[in-house]
Design a protein around this ligand. Structure first.
Ligand SMILES: [Zn+2]
Length: 215
């Protein structure tokens, strides 16, 4: 759980599907420059009354080369011409997250992992593709000798549909606690790609973003 809109929607999706006593939220502290994400994630989990665990991974920051973990790189609003990816792409990030989530789940006999990745509207991140997730699910099941089911309920939803899903799951109220802005601003900057995408989703659904309505 990143503390953003998508993972929060997924948290409520999991609560709806598996029940309150059977859901835990995992957040990774990977050296993200916006530490506010961690605070948001913790608050959202507390608000939903589910256990929250934050696992440290300091390797991504050491790898460098992307705007999310390297304070010297400015978040670009356009994709990089050469790689075709935004400079907020952290190579391998979701693969590592999901692998560690599966490793955390293993001794706890948890066989279902829910992730907020989506290939619709996604910012060109190849680790958000359905094919990537399906392949990783298979790899984890082989590598851990246990069925691991990956759930990506937002995979084929547009941002508008994700907002509508959040509403139907009763997750809208908790959106006031979420954080999406790539510039780490609170209230959100309204200008970065993440803010614009979020705004399009809410306006498309005809719903006011509780984050913007918050005092
Ligand atoms: Zn922003």
């Amino acid at each position: 759980m990143s503390g953003g809109q998508d993972s929060t929607t997924c948290l409520y999706w999991a609560l709806d599907r598996f029940g309150h006593d059977r859901v835990s939220a995992i957040t990774f502290d990977y050296g993200q420059r916006h530490r506010i994400e961690l605070t948001c994630a913790e608050k959202i989990a507390a608000d939903a009354n589910v256990p929250w665990v934050c696992l440290p991974i300091d390797t991504f920051a050491a790898l460098g080369g992307n705007a999310l973990t390297d304070a010297d790189i400015v978040v670009a609003s356009e994709v990089d011409d050469e790689s075709g990816l935004p400079n907020t792409f952290v190579p391998g990030r979701n693969l590592i997250f999901l692998t560690l989530a599966a490793a955390w789940a293993w001794p706890r006999n948890i066989g279902n992992i829910v992730t907020g990745v989506a290939q619709t509207d996604y910012s060109g991140y190849p680790d958000c593709r359905e094919e990537t997730i399906a392949s990783l699910e298979r790899t984890l099941a082989l590598g851990m000798e246990r069925d691991v089911q990956m759930h990506a309920p937002l995979m084929h939803l547009s941002k508008k549909e994700t907002v509508e899903l959040a509403q139907s799951l009763g997750a809208l109220e908790s959106m006031r606690l979420t954080h999406s802005c790539y510039n780490g601003k609170r209230p959100p900057c309204g200008k970065c790609a993440a803010c614009k995408l979020r705004a399009r989703g809410f306006s498309g659904a005809g719903i006011e973003d509780p984050l913007l309505a918050a005092p």
